[in-house]
Design a protein around this ligand. Structure first.
Ligand code: 5GP
Length: 190
């Protein structure tokens, strides 16, 4: 089975993190690539598990050194996928799953022909704008201003997903998890 890179993207609040966690539990040979971010950790987040939390200076140095597969500004903070995280896992024969924003996904898509491993792009859509707002509010991790900004950007990103290989609507979480699991398994079968 050839290892693949799976890029899962979609607007903030659509349920990506939950879907990713469940899919990783269901597919043995698939590993999560931990990103770097300059955003401060939220309660319960662990260094090296959820993210590598680094300073803006450290982030800029990694950009200059060409250490990122892609990087982007998201909601006022920088996020990036360390190239080594992805390459080392693929070299060990593991497939890799990225949970990144649409700018990052587009950047990986532009580079895909030169990467040397196959890639698949999955976009998770909310069933409606109202539902997206409800889910963002439910997270209670952002201020009202931050929430408004996230909703606007998230809704814009919803329309930006049309070039992906797969679109999955997260109407019912369990169904969305099952679809993403199935299509990753199918792709791995080649
Ligand atoms: P959060 O701050 O809620 O953890 O993530 C905010 C957004 O940043 C999410 O859409 C998430 O998918 C995205 N993100 C996380 N890591 C990366 C990364 O390495 N690169 C890019 N481009 N986006 C990322």
């Amino acid at each position: 089975m050839t290892p693949r890179l799976f890029v899962l993207s979609g607007p903030s609040g659509v349920g990506k993190t939950t879907i990713v966690r469940a899919v990783l539990e269901r597919i043995g040979n698939l590993e999560f690539s931990v990103s770097c971010t300059t955003r401060p950790p939220r309660a319960g987040e662990r260094e090296g598990v959820d993210y590598y939390f680094i300073s803006p200076q450290q982030f800029a140095a990694l950009v200059r050194a060409g250490q990122f597969l892609e990087h982007a500004w998201v909601y006022g903070h920088r996020y990036g996928t360390p190239l080594a995280e992805v390459e080392q896992r693929l070299q060990r024969g593991k497939s890799v799953l990225l949970d990144i924003d649409t700018q990052g996904a587009a950047a990986v898509h532009r580079r895909r022909a030169r990467l040397g491993f196959p890639t698949s792009f999955i976009f998770v859509l909310p069933p409606s704008r109202e539902e997206l707002l409800r889910r963002l509010e439910g997270r209670k991790s952002e201020t009202v201003e931050e929430l408004r900004r996230r909703l606007e950007e998230a809704w814009e990103q919803t329309a930006a997903g049309m070039w992906f290989d797969y679109l999955v609507i997260n109407r019912h979480l369990e169904e969305a998890i099952s679809w993403v699991t199935r299509l990753i398994r199918l792709e791995l079968l080649g």
